[in-house]
Write a protein that binds this ligand. Structure first.
Ligand SMILES: Cc1cc2nc3c(=O)[nH]c(=O)nc-3n(C[C@H](O)[C@H](O)[C@H](O)COP(=O)(O)O)c2cc1C
Length: 197
C-alpha cells in the first residue's frame, strides 16, 4: 500500500472484533517494529508498550476500567459507558502505551541546556510511536482506536501487569478485526492548514 493510501486508511475504528486478518504474532511484530524504529529526541527511546491479549485484554475493559468508571459515572449515564466499554472488550487486544519518566529525567540531566523541553519531547515521541503503530496496523487491515482512561486506571494497571514504577501509562490503543469502518469526517483541507511561500 502506498504511504498516502495508508494515511487514508488509518482511522479511529471502534467497531472491532477478535478475528484478526493476520496472526497475533504479526501484530506484535508490527508494534515492536513501530516503537523501535520511531524517532525519539536524543535517541531517548523511552516509549514502551505492553500488549494485552485474550483474558488480559478482557480484564482491562470488563474489570479494571468498568469498575473504576462505575464508581464515578452517575448511574443514569452508566448504561452508555457500559456499551462503549463493551465495544473495546469485543476487540482483540489493547496496547498499553507507556512513557519512561526515568529516561526523561536522565536526559534532562545529560542535556541540561534542553532540560525544560525534554518532557515535551517525550510526549512528541509518544505521538510519533502511536501514529506509527496505528498506520502500520492499518496497512495490514487491523483496525484500532486510541483511548485515554489514564490516570484513573494507572495504579491498578501497573500493579496487575507488573509495570515498572517509572513507567507512566499514557494511552490504551484498542485493536482488532474491522467489523465496520466509520464514515468520512469533515476535515480542514491541506490548503487551509498549510501555506507554501
Ligand atoms: C492525541 C490523541 C488523543 C485522542 N484521544 C482519544 C480518546 O481518548 N478517545 C477516543 O475515542 N479517541 C481519541 N482520539 C481520536 C480522535 O478523536 C480522532 O483521531 C479524530 O477525531 C480523527 O478521526 P480519525 O482518527 O478517524 O481520523 C485521540 C486522537 C489523538 C491524536
Amino acid at each position: 500500500m502506498a504511504y498516502s493510501d495508508i494515511l487514508k486508511t488509518r482511522r479511529s475504528i471502534y467497531i472491532l472484533n477478535d478475528q484478526l486478518p493476520v496472526s497475533q504474532a504479526i501484530v506484535a511484530g508490527r508494534i515492536k517494529e513501530a516503537i523501535s524504529l520511531s524517532p525519539t529526541a536524543f535517541m531517548m527511546q523511552g516509549i514502551h508498550a505492553v500488549i494485552l491479549t485474550g483474558d488480559n485484554h478482557k480484564k482491562l475493559w470488563d474489570k479494571i476500567v468498568y469498575n473504576t468508571l462505575q464508581k464515578i459515572v452517575p448511574a443514569e449515564a452508566f448504561k452508555r459507558t457500559e456499551i462503549k466499554l463493551n465495544t473495546f472488550s469485543q476487540a482483540t487486544g489493547t496496547i498499553l502505551l507507556l512513557r519512561d519518566l526515568e529516561a526523561v529525567e536522565q536526559m534532562r540531566k545529560e542535556y541540561a541546556t534542553y532540560a525544560d523541553e525534554m518532557d515535551n519531547w517525550s510526549w512528541q515521541d509518544l505521538g510519533i510511536a502511536m501514529v506509527n503503530i496505528w498506520n502500520s496496523l492499518a496497512e495490514i487491515n487491523v483496525g484500532a482506536n486510541i483511548q485515554h482512561y489514564n490516570p484513573l486506571i494507572n495504579d491498578e494497571v501497573k500493579a496487575t501487569w507488573n509495570i515498572p514504577a517509572n513507567y507512566q501509562l499514557v494511552g490504551q490503543m484498542v485493536y482488532g478485526g474491522i467489523v465496520s469502518r466509520p464514515g468520512d469526517k469533515e476535515r480542514k483541507s491541506g490548503d487551509e492548514l498549510v501555506r507554501v511561500v
